[in-house]
Design a protein around this ligand. Structure first.
Ligand SMILES: CC(=O)SCCNC(=O)CCNC(=O)[C@H](O)C(C)(C)COP(=O)(O)OP(=O)(O)OC[C@H]1O[C@@H](n2cnc3c(N)ncnc32)[C@H](O)[C@@H]1OP(=O)(O)O
Ligand SMILES: O=C([O-])CC(=O)C(=O)O
Length: 378
């Protein structure tokens, strides 16, 4: 082939023009539609951030109210999806369930055959509301608890906690989760978003694109890492080991430490700055600083010894743990935020579409190789 071959994992390859998310990995800068993530984390809600991602500008008061209402009104799940969730084995992980249920949502979407911009915006509202509902409802079903109907007066974060726990969430829990959702909402051409764009570019439907994205997010090198972090903290705790000694041994055994390293950031992931702060504060306020303290000890060691920084997944683990959320819901929570970014990217892709179809540099057996009759093969 005459064209240059991209490095393994497409490192450094620019594969699309996009007006959604800006990252400077050397400076540790992340911005949605030009607005710095630090400002959004401190001042915005998930709803406002989603409006920004989908519309390119911050909403005024009226537009925000209308947007919040529309998202709340979209909190409806066809009974056949609820029945489907009930039919799954309780051993199914919430990410597997989410992947399969989101695929099935397309059966009951009135606009499914319509792949226009406006129809996809409508589907984006529905998917955003439904993903959170699916995660909460499945968790209730697998625990044998009654399903809690949505509360349309609550925010996306507040309603999720309400449907999950069946209790009105505290201000602190709602604000913590809301900020985590703002931080996770988009991240340029990460693996799951790229997967979604590849699927959308074939002119397939948005449900297929989001189903594919969920499958990609589930992997431990991507969104699944937050669950891996908590499992590591629990293993260290159970073994009664010193956290630094434990990870030292893991590194000696050439094992990766979940929640560290990033393809793009060569300095601190700006999202980790907020999650670290949240984890520390929640730990202190709840009288359970253990998970933060262990995380911080590991971080300082890995920073120094491996020159690796914590990514978004590292402190989200101790944050969610302190909020009392089950470990296998951590990656689904990532999804119930990242749907905002996935939808923005699918719609942007379709607004100026071309099939995404790169080439491979062939390294297989020599061409032409002979076809050998069956009876003559060794
Ligand atoms: C939301 C997100 O998706 S954020 C990322 C979540 N994923 C994780 O936290 C999983 C752990 N981290 C990793 O596996 C990687 O850092 C990734 C997948 C995030 C980035 O991968 P890549 O850019 O391909 O980097 P790669 O895996 O090649 O790592 C480069 C070097 O750093 C080392 N390294 C990178 N991350 C880690 C880690 N977490 N622990 C130990 N060593 C690591 C690698 O072993 C490799 O070392 P080598 O050059 O001596 O072989
Ligand atoms: O950008 C990436 O490769 C992974 C990431 O941090 C994200 O998806 O939030």
């Amino acid at each position: 082939m005459s064209t240059a071959v991209a490095g393994k994992g497409l490192e450094g390859i620019v594969a699309a023009n996009s007006g959604i998310c800006y990252i400077d990995g050397d400076a540790g800068v992340l911005a949605y539609r030009g607005i710095d993530i630090h400002e959004l984390a401190e001042n915005s809600t998930f709803e406002e951030t989603t409006y920004l991602l989908w519309n390119g500008i911050l909403p005024n008061e009226f537009a925000l109210r209308e947007f919040q209402q529309q998202l709340a009104l979209a909190r409806q799940l066809d009974q056949r999806i609820v029945d489907l969730l009930k039919s799954f084995p309780t051993s199914a992980t919430p990410m597997e369930v989410l992947r399969t249920a989101v695929s099935a949502l397309s059966f009951y979407d009135a606009d499914e055959k319509d792949n226009s911009h406006d129809a996809n915006v409508r589907k984006a509202y529905n998917l955003t509301a439904q993903i959170a509902m699916i995660v909460a409802i499945y968790d209730r079903i697998r625990k044998g608890k009654e399903i809690i109907p949505p509360d349309r007066s609550l925010s996306h974060a507040g309603n999720f906690l309400w449907m999950l726990n069946g209790e009105k969430p505290s201000e602190t829990a709602t604000r913590t989760l809301d900020m985590a959702l703002v931080l996770h909402a988009d991240h340029e051409l990460n693996a799951s978003t790229f997967a979604a764009r590849v699927i959308a570019a074939t002119l397939s439907d948005i449900h297929s694109a989001i189903t594919g994205a969920i499958g990609a997010l589930k992997g431990p090198l991507h969104g699944g890492a937050n669950e891996g972090v908590m499992r590591l903290l629990l293993a260290i705790d159970k073994a009664g080991s010193d956290p630094v000694d434990y990870v030292k041994n893991m590194l000696l055994a050439k094992q990766k430490i979940m929640g560290f390293g990033h393809r793009v950031y060569k300095t601190e992931d700006p999202r980790a700055t907020h999650l670290r702060r949240m984890s520390e504060k929640l730990g202190k306020d709840s009288g359970t600083p253990k998970w933060y303290d262990m995380s911080r000890a590991i971080e300082l060691y890995i920073n120094q010894d491996k020159k690796l920084n914590a990514n978004v997944d590292f402190y989200s683990a101790s944050t969610y743990q302190t909020l009392g959320i089950d470990i296998d819901l951590y990656t689904p929570i990532f999804a119930l935020s990242r749907i905002a970014g996935w939808a923005a990217h699918v719609i942007e892709q379709l607004d100026d579409n071309r099939l995404i179809r790169p080439r491979a540099d062939y390294i297989g057996p020599e061409y032409p190789s002979p076809w050998i009759p069956l009876e003559e093969r060794p």
